[in-house]
Design a binder for this molecule. Structure first.
Ligand SMILES: [Mg+2]
Length: 224
């Protein structure tokens, strides 16, 4: 048997849209923050949403600022603490239905990590509310820990180095085609694309939920 046979040690998950429903982050940015803006500037909520999202678009998601809620509080000169805004909407944080079961299962055989490009503040509150933190040995925020706005292939290489494994010992899964599927693949990591809405043509590495991912993983690992 070849010594080069892969032995997967670590499974890396994206967070928003993969483990946790994006409804919370969307709400904080697109509703919660505009509500504060409306109050401060005495404008309607729809005017506030238009102004705030217009400013987000001007900065673009290629900038670190775009992910930084403290920056936006300061930019719009909002009173109060951004932490209170995040806390206020915490009941919107929820896991996708199959998550608990699959992480409980996978944690028996693999080291699990989270690889997110959300800022650490968001990652922390989401893990705290959902109670899944203990299943993961490491939690990475591309923006907060690596000062990178995107999960590039370089980022994934650094990540493997930090964990102390080769890319061939990791599998990554997430819901962003470029940053969760192509970029880690370029780094030499086996990847799966989570397409919950079934928008892309199916292939052997596209799954519609995490249960399907585990099924394929189990099958491919027994064949190796
Ligand atoms: Mg995602």
């Amino acid at each position: 048997m070849s010594e080069k046979i892969k032995k997967i040690k670590v499974i890396s998950f994206d967070l928003d849209g993969t483990l946790v429903d994006i409804v919370y982050t969307m709400w904080v940015w697109e509703r919660g923050l505009p509500e504060l803006y409306a109050k401060k500037n005495s404008v309607s909520i729809s005017e506030a949403i238009a102004s705030v999202t217009g400013e987000y678009a001007r900065v673009s998601d290629a900038s670190l600022k775009w992910y930084d809620i403290a920056y936006w509080f300061n930019f719009f000169d909002l009173s109060g603490d951004w932490k209170d805004l995040m806390e206020k909407h915490r009941e919107k944080i929820c896991l996708f239905p199959e998550v608990k079961e699959i992480i409980e299962e996978l944690t028996e055989d693999y080291e699990l990590v989270i690889t997110s490009n959300a800022a650490r503040e968001f990652v922390e509150i989401e893990l705290q509310v959902t109670g899944i933190e203990d299943y993961f040995s490491r939690i990475f925020s591309a923006t907060s820990d690596f000062r990178q706005v995107k999960k590039t292939s370089q980022f994934y290489k650094k990540l493997c180095k930090t964990i102390g494994i080769s890319p061939s010992q990791m599998i990554h899964i997430g819901d962003h085609y470029e940053f969760d599927y192509l970029a880690p693949q370029q780094a030499g990591i086996e990847t799966y694309y989570l397409d919950r809405d079934g928008k892309t043509p199916k292939n052997s590495h596209t799954v519609k939920n995490l249960k399907e991912f585990v099924r394929i993983l189990r099958y491919s690992q027994t064949k190796r």
